[in-house]
Design a protein around this ligand. Structure first.
Ligand SMILES: [Zn+2]
Ligand SMILES: [Zn+2]
Length: 109
């Protein structure tokens, strides 16, 4: 997401925030982009992966912040930013692409 008040015509790296924890994007912060500028950082993605392994379901009424779809699958809702939800498919896709990214030594656990 963009920091509130950021100029969409002149976006700086520091204007880009994780939708799930509002951490600011820095060069050493891995992140995954979803639809409509939604962002999840590596920290949140790791928490989401751990949650998936526990089999915890997020509220079923909400749609995924990343793909904007609603699914009846497990999902993770951010404890920090309410209504920010990522579905199991986006968690797995995101984790796979971060694990492949050689710039970061990111592991899901
Ligand atoms: Zn985050
Ligand atoms: Zn999704």
């Amino acid at each position: 997401m963009l920091r509130p008040g950021a100029d969409p015509q002149n976006v700086q790296q520091s204007d880009v925030l994780c939708n799930f924890c509002e951490r600011v994007w820095t060069d050493d912060l891995p992140l995954i982009e979803g639809h409509q500028g939604s962002i999840i950082c590596g920290h949140c993605l790791r928490a989401a992966c751990a949650n998936l392994e526990k089999g915890v379901l997020a509220p079923s009424h909400s749609s995924c912040t990343m793909c904007l779809e609603h699914r009846d699958d497990p999902a993770w809702e951010s404890p920090a930013v309410k209504a920010s939800v990522i579905c199991a498919r986006c968690i797995n896709l995101g984790a796979r692409s971060l694990e492949r990214d050689k710039d970061f030594n990111w592991k899901r656990a």
